[in-house]
Design a protein around this ligand. Structure first.
Ligand code: SAM
Length: 167
């Protein structure tokens, strides 16, 4: 590794700082909307906890295949959509329609190539959920046909987080 290359710690910190900056920005931009917020991938529950702390007046629905979160950061059963998002996203769309004001996705692991392949596959499943004016924040680049990519807010690092908007 050369001295100019980023360490894994550097990359992790950039991702976390960018995630928080982008979430805070997207929460503020959608604050006047009433539609639900979708959290795709609960994990430890850190970003879900952040959403609960900073969003009021909107339901937060969590999509996760296997809950393993911190007890403080676990959604109630009626806010949890348990299962693989490749099945639960289409089922939720059929039930609720395009209502989401904000969608946050943090679904990837350590393999960037695998994450990119998965992001390509789920992009058409995520895109139709956003209400007009709704935003999507993702840790991976997404491949949308009809959403606009927005500039990142101050504090976020290019390539570590992405924001998209339905016009
Ligand atoms: N943002 C979370 C946090 O702050 O703690 C971390 C999320 S973790 C990186 C990714 C989560 O996405 C894992 O819990 C995993 O089970 C979930 N996940 C990945 N692929 C999924 C799929 N196809 N369907 C449902 N959940 C999935």
């Amino acid at each position: 590794m050369t001295r100019t290359e980023q360490s894994r710690l550097d990359l992790f910190i950039d991702r976390m700082v960018s995630q928080r900056a982008c979430l805070d920005h997207a929460i503020a931009l959608t604050a006047a909307m009433k539609g639900p917020v979708y959290e795709l991938g609960l994990g430890n529950g850190r970003t879900y906890h952040h959403l609960t702390q900073h969003i009021s007046g909107r339901d937060i629905l969590v999509f996760e295949r296997a809950v393993a979160s911190h007890p403080d950061s676990t959604p109630p059963d009626d806010r949890l959509v348990l299962g693989d998002i490749r099945e639960t996203l289409p089922a939720t769309l059929a039930r609720s329609g395009p209502v989401a004001s904000l969608i946050h996705a943090d679904l990837g692991g350590h393999n960037r190539e695998k994450n990119d392949k998965f992001a390509r596959m789920i992009s058409p499943l995520v895109e139709p959920h956003l209400a007009p004016g709704g935003l999507m924040v993702s840790s991976d680049r997404m491949y949308f046909d009809g959403l606009e990519e927005l500039p990142l807010p101050p504090g976020a690092v290019e390539g570590r987080c992405f924001i998209y908007r339905r016009g």
